[in-house]
Design a protein around this ligand. Structure first.
Ligand code: ADP
Ligand code: MG
Ligand code: MG
Ligand code: MG
Ligand code: MG
Length: 441
């Protein structure tokens, strides 16, 4: 039986009635075109067409006919559907003439992964997605109240968030995730669920699936799950640390070298050097909202300066002490509002640039970098991450390597959207300004 026949048999056996054909827009929002099972043959022949001009960051009306190509390996029955049973397939977007669409984030990532493969590497990625669980009000709208701090919910069952998280873990396991850990995070109502690393494309798909499952299960518990980076002032924000290693085509960890004092290979150092060199350039992609930059402030274990360390959790990059198979570097700036496909494409491209050009990373900084003052930073040549979305876009415009990772189409759409967002935000008069200036001036 070939892959297609196997899939059709699974669909029959599991009594699936609906299949959601999923893909992601440039801003990282999941899109769905749903079909009934009798249309599945057509879908597997790549004949499902949609209007690309209706999707954010896709195309103009003149060239709007686009086609979906389901990736059969992504088939999964959605455990929360009972009757009728539903399943999903993640798709790539193609043009009418059969060429991959440049603005499809999954195609963007595949292109960079191919470049890595041609250099002899597979990128393995393990993400740590943090999120908040908030109560909803009488009208079902999300609040920013959590059980831990909302006094009037005292009569609710003891740990609403905890039991929701337990169910999320079980549902994700049913969907094929290997859950390594799940725990309460620093802030009230904040959680983290970690799943095992995989190749970058699988991981990017997994991140999209993860967010969908977490939101749906939260809803079933009367809660709202948010991946907004900094929902509450004065508390930790939600990050999405990205753990990365390169694997050689014969299955070895290319970052491991037992003879080095830190047991890191030349490849690891150069990858690290490349990621640091382009950190300012890819921040707009890994931290794409105006709110992202409110997380990247001192004091909450989120990075602000471009440095690396072997243990300390305040710099941009940490090299965890685990070695051999788990030798990896942890990039701590990304947050879960990022589009995982183009985010990983931008970071990987940066690392590969480091390998190609033998970029040596600076010396590690093994102390609390929040405590370093401006003059010491200047002396050591240490720079900061962009302070806001506008600065980040300006840095992206200077970085041709990161630009190349995105490709011209996605780059333009991304920058237009980010600058529009910044423009809207800049015009808005906030409560903070009223509190600060209304009486003073
Ligand atoms: P932390 O110590 O930062 O809290 P976690 O234990 O929460 O880290 O998450 C570590 C992540 O790194 C997991 O997703 C894990 O699967 C992943 N990981 C482990 N080894 C590798 C590797 N060799 N390459 C990429 N990711 C890895
Ligand atoms: Mg963790
Ligand atoms: Mg951990
Ligand atoms: Mg965490
Ligand atoms: Mg971490």
């Amino acid at each position: 039986m070939n892959e297609r026949e196997k899939l059709l048999e699974t669909v029959r056996e599991s009594e699936v009635e609906f299949i959601h054909l999923q893909f992601t827009d440039i801003l990282g929002v999941m899109k769905n075109i749903s079909i009934t099972v009798d249309q599945l043959d057509k879908a597997l022949n790549n004949e499902i067409m949609f209007d690309g001009s209706s999707i954010d960051g896709f195309v103009r009306i003149e060239e709007s006919d686009m086609y979906l190509r389901p990736d059969l390996s992504t088939f999964v029955v959605l455990p929360w559907s009972s009757y009728p049973k539903e399943a999903r397939l993640i798709c790539d977007v193609f043009m009418a003439d059969g060429t991959p669409f440049e603005g499809c984030p999954r195609n963007t990532l595949k292109k960079v992964l191919k470049e890595a493969y041609d250099m002899g590497y597979i990128l393995n990625v393990g993400p740590e997605c943090e999120f908040f669980l908030f109560h909803t009000n009488e009208r079902g709208q999300p609040t920013i109240e959590t059980h831990d701090d909302a006094g009037y919910f005292d009569l609710a069952p003891a740990d609403l968030g905890g039991s929701a998280r337990k169910e999320m873990t079980l549902v994700l396991k049913q969907m094929g995730f290997e859950i390594e850990a799940s725990h309460h995070e620093c802030a009230p109502g904040q959680h983290e669920i970690d799943f095992k690393y995989a190749d970058a494309l699988t991981t990017a798909d997994n991140i999209m699936t993860f967010k969908m499952a977490v939101r749906i299960i939260a809803q079933r518990h009367g809660l709202h799950a948010t991946f907004m980076p900094k929902p509450k002032f004065g508390l930790s924000g939600s990050g999405m640390h990205v753990n990365m290693s390169l694997q050689t085509l014969d299955g070895k960890n290319a970052f491991y070298d037992e003879t080095d004092e830190m047991q890191l290979s030349k490849t690891a150092y150069h990858f690290l050097g490349g990621v640091m060199e382009h950190a300012k350039g890819f921040t707009a992609i890994t931290n794409p909202t105006v709110n992202s930059y409110k997380r990247l402030t001192p004091g909450y274990e989120a990075p602000t300066i471009i440095a690396w360390s072997s243990g300390n959790r305040s710099p941009l990059i940490r090299v965890p002490s685990k070695r051999e198979k788990s030798t990896r570097i942890e990039l701590r700036s990304p947050d879960p509002s990022a589009n995982p496909y183009i985010g990983l494409a931008a970071v990987l491209k940066s690392g590969l640039d480091g390998i190609k050009n033998n970029i040596e990373p600076p010396k590690p900084v093994n102390r609390n970098v929040y405590k370093m003052d401006e003059s010491e930073m200047a002396e050591r040549g240490i720079e900061r991450l962009p302070a806001n979305l506008y600065e980040a876009v300006q840095e992206l415009l200077k970085d041709s390597v990161v630009q190349e990772a995105l490709g011209r189409h996605a780059l333009k759409k991304f920058i237009d959207a980010a600058l529009y967002e910044w423009g809207e935000y800049s015009k808005y008069v906030s409560q903070w300004e009223l509190d600060r200036y209304l009486r003073k001036f």
